[in-house]
Design a binder for this molecule. Structure first.
Ligand SMILES: *Cc1c(COP(=O)(O)O)cnc(C)c1O
Length: 470
């Protein structure tokens, strides 16, 4: 058949829309999307027939309906969705970091449904400041005189530097010039903030006299950066916060401390190693401390800035603050988590990330043993499932070298099935709730530390069973 006559067999968009299948697509997705999808799939078919006139679907019209319907399903399936993080990294930046407490979620829902007093003082009946909802809490929890909040900690660092040291020099130890994932590099941030970086000391050793020399050369601030994702070990030396604080005070310059993970309470409560708190950093002389809301704090993504009233006022007045500010949903979640921090003794239950980080290895082992059989039967002859000990990490650069003893379900692909470990991992990513593990030693490891709802995990597996054709 000549290709032109095959082309003529492709029905018009109007005809497709007028059919029963077309009407049902319009009902489902609206007329505009239905038209767009029919145009796309008809265009694809036309191009295909141009290349291969014989490669023709048996029933062109129903084929077009089916393709359009599949495209619409795909388009209307959320791209951003919940997954199960069984990677063993609790605060996983690529997987959204901290899971929020229920009260934070409720607060988000409640302010997002309608109007709120985001920047309105209900008492005075006049304009308010969005910081008002969280500033007192931050001061109460850290001992700071004043506080503000922006979109994330990278923004907090950028804004702090730009507000306090734009067109001036800032001293940072060579041992603290960090790069964090996603191209956050201290020297670049300094540049973008309009500051001149003065590197002091060496990679492994920096002394007070190194900072003192920089002060003599006219730096307006010294900055400490938490070495979040690595540790310098061996022949090392760094200047304690108290000494940097004293140097700054004596010379009337500013001491900025970027804590990164910023645990608000003593982490040893949860069986975790100690991590400096903003309260300690301030007590040890920092004028400004910056930290993340969604790392060890366990709340929403944001960057918290606490410090002296004078510094915070300068930061607040910077026009960039407006560009970096948080939205009402973040502020609602943040205020709600501060209410939980009012009772530190219950945090191990009320804040999911702390609950997960503090979970005992015995508890996780018990869960792994309880689930082993069900996972094995869902996998049939694809893989053999064993229960093995492993180490979780905190993630997000918090306490980089510390590991938490944990237990995993380990899926070893069976050679007889022909399935490769990467294919097995892909199968789990295709589940209704995608399950993300870690591949190690040719096996798929599911660290169960972050698995709290075992029933949901098991029922989610039923979709795997249906398509495990290995
Ligand atoms: C994580 C981190 C940042 C960046 O914080 P985000 O919340 O990811 O923007 C900055 N500094 C340090 C030391 C960090 O650990």
């Amino acid at each position: 058949m000549a290709s032109g006559s095959v082309q003529r067999e492709i029905p018009s968009i109007d005809r497709l829309l007028a059919s029963d299948a077309g009407k049902s697509l319009i009902e489902q997705a609206g007329r505009d999307l239905a038209v767009a999808m029919y145009r796309d799939v008809s265009g694809d078919l036309r191009a295909r027939l141009q290349r291969k006139p014989d490669d023709k679907p048996a029933d062109i019209e129903s084929w077009l309906h089916e393709q359009a319907s599949v495209s619409i399903q795909t388009l209307l399936t959320p791209s951003l969705k919940a997954v199960l993080n069984l990677t063993g990294t609790v605060l996983h930046t690529n997987l959204g970091r901290a899971p929020l407490p229920e009260s934070c979620i409720e607060a988000v829902v409640s302010v997002s449904r309608g109007a709120s007093n985001l920047e309105f003082d209900l008492h005075k009946g006049s304009r308010g400041d969005r910081d008002d909802h969280i500033e007192d809490w931050l001061c109460r929890l850290t001992g700071a005189e004043a506080a503000t909040v922006v979109n994330n900690n990278a923004a907090a660092v950028l804004l702090t530097l730009n507000s306090l040291a734009s067109r001036r020099s800032v001293a940072v130890s060579r041992g603290e010039l960090i790069e964090i994932g996603g191209s956050f590099r201290m020297p670049d941030i300094m540049k973008r903030a309009g500051c001149k970086l003065v590197e002091v000391g060496t990679t492994n050793r920096t002394h007070l006299k190194d900072y003192a020399e920089a002060v003599d050369e006219g730096v307006v601030a010294v900055m400490r950066v938490h070495t979040s994702n690595y540790k310098v070990e061996g022949f090392t030396s760094e200047v304690p916060d108290t000494e940097l604080g004293k140097l700054a005070k004596d010379n009337d310059i500013i001491f900025i401390n970027d804590l990164g993970s910023g645990a608000l309470v003593d982490m040893t409560r949860f069986g975790l190693p100690t991590e400096a708190t903003p309260a300690e950093a301030l007590a040890e002389g920092a004028d400004v401390v910056t930290f993340s809301g969604d790392k060890l704090l366990g709340g929403p993504q944001c960057g918290l800035i606490v410090g002296t009233r004078k510094s915070i006022e300068r930061i607040r007045k910077n026009p960039m603050k407006r560009a970096l500010r948080c939205d009402k949903m973040t502020l609602a979640a943040l205020e709600a988590i501060f209410h939980l921090y009012a009772d530190p003794h219950r945090l191990a239950e009320t804040v999911p990330s702390l609950r997960i980080l503090g979970r005992s290895a015995d508890d996780i082992q018990e869960l792994a043993q309880a689930l082993q059989g069900q996972v094995q039967s869902a996998l049939a002859s694809c893989a053999e499932v064993s229960v093995e000990s492993c180490n979780s990490q905190i993630g997000s650069g918090a306490l980089p070298v510390d590991r938490l003893p944990s237990w995993a379900l380990v899926l070893h692909p069976l050679a007889s099935s022909g399935i490769k470990v990467a294919q097995l991992a892909a199968k789990f990513r295709e589940l209704k709730v995608p399950v993300i593990g870690r591949i190690r030693d040719d096996a798929l490891w599911f660290d169960l530390r972050c698995l709290e709802d075992a029933d949901a995990f098991v029922s989610n597996l039923s979709t795997l069973k249906a398509n495990a054709e290995c």
